[in-house]
Design a protein around this ligand. Structure first.
Ligand code: HEM
Ligand SMILES: [Ca+2]
Ligand SMILES: [Ca+2]
Length: 296
């Protein structure tokens, strides 16, 4: 029941409204693209791309976005979805799901910052359940051993190669110091000068938890394959980034994508198409939310 033409009759301006919204937002807040891509990833991996991560907590329910791992999801990404929803409700009320908005906005932003264009099927419904308690074990953490990370993706039907391709998302955006600072003093995976730079950048991070560093220090705002080229040089930021190069199961794909940006773009696009339909809800299993942060 999903289709590429889902809104052609019911909301002909769908694509244009999303395009206008992301363009305005990305120009005023250039961190939006990375934030939105991560928001989408965290929505999809937890029980599917169903907008569950967008729900706010209530006195009766602690929602996904209040789980520890989701607290760093940036406000700009949520704001983008709200803006698109507001514009879409004016043009075609009660028609477009928040899950579809997030999926298409993510694709358009990836393309806007230099990444590949890929197709996104439409017709997702928004889920009525979002619980912080369900998050644990569904999302990878930088301190997990590579086997555990491979397992998490594997349990959702993603191969090792797809996992490595998707991790190329770290070609944009940033990480807060607390995600890597315990490693920068004695971890030989880092280039020594890079490790020194990170020690300095994060020196005050206990006092100032907002301090953060670009995931790809060479081209932080451009979606390209430089993230993979950084890893063999000791310029990976997170322990899990180093892991991709150190583990014999993932290393061949890192080398492949470091050499061949076209291959990375092809595989990333395919894996994103697959991620975009993972666990989606159709028909009466979901609803078209009136507001993206609350169930109807
Ligand atoms: C392989 C396992 C992965 C781990 C352990 C991991 C972990 C992390 C962590 C800890 C951060 C820093 C968050 C912060 O401090 O605000 C981050 C950022 C990010 N992650 Fe991942 N990630 C993984 C895979 C992915 C995948 C598959 C995607 C998307 C397809 C993705 C997209 C992003 C993006 C775009 C950012 C930057 C966010 C921003 O700038 O606001 N990550 N990741
Ligand atoms: Ca979800
Ligand atoms: Ca880059």
């Amino acid at each position: 029941r999903l289709s590429y033409t889902y809104y052609d009759k019911s909301c002909p301006k769908f694509s244009q409204i999303i395009q206008d919204t992301i363009t305005n937002k990305q120009i005023t807040s250039p961190t939006t693209a990375a934030g939105t891509l991560r928001l989408f990833f965290h929505d999809c991996l937890l029980n599917g791309c169903d907008g569950s991560v967008l729900i706010s907590s209530t006195p009766f329910n602690s929602a996904e976005r209040d789980a520890d791992i989701n607290l760093s999801l940036p406000g700009d990404a949520f704001d983008l979805v709200t803006r698109a929803k507001t514009a879409l409700e004016l043009s075609c009320p009660n028609t477009v799901s928040c899950a579809d908005i997030l999926a298409v906005a993510t694709r358009d932003l990836v393309t806007m910052v230099g990444g590949p264009y890929y197709s996104v099927l439409l017709g997702r419904k928004d889920y009525r359940i979002s619980k912080s308690a369900y998050v644990e074990g569904n999302l990878p953490k930088p301190t997990m051993p590579m086997s555990k990370i491979i397992d998490i993706f594997g349990s959702k039907g993603f191969s090792v190669q797809e996992m490595v391709a998707l991790s190329g998302a770290h070609t944009i955006g940033f990480s807060h110091c607390k995600e890597f600072r315990s490693f920068v003093y004695n971890d030989t995976d880092y280039n020594p000068r890079f490790a020194q730079g990170l020690q300095q950048a994060c020196a005050d991070s206990y006092k100032n938890p907002t301090l953060s560093v670009f995931n790809d220090i060479m081209t932080p705002n451009k979606f390209d394959n430089v993230y993979f080229q950084n890893l063999p040089k000791g310029l990976g930021l997170l322990e899990s980034d180093h892991g991709l190069y150190n583990d014999p199961r993932t290393k061949p794909f890192v080398e492949l994508y470091a050499k061949d940006q076209n291959k990375f773009f092809q595989d990333f696009g395919k894996a994103m198409e697959k991620l975009s339909v993972y666990g989606i809800k159709t028909g009466r299993r979901g609803e078209i939310r009136h507001r993206c942060d609350a169930i109807n």
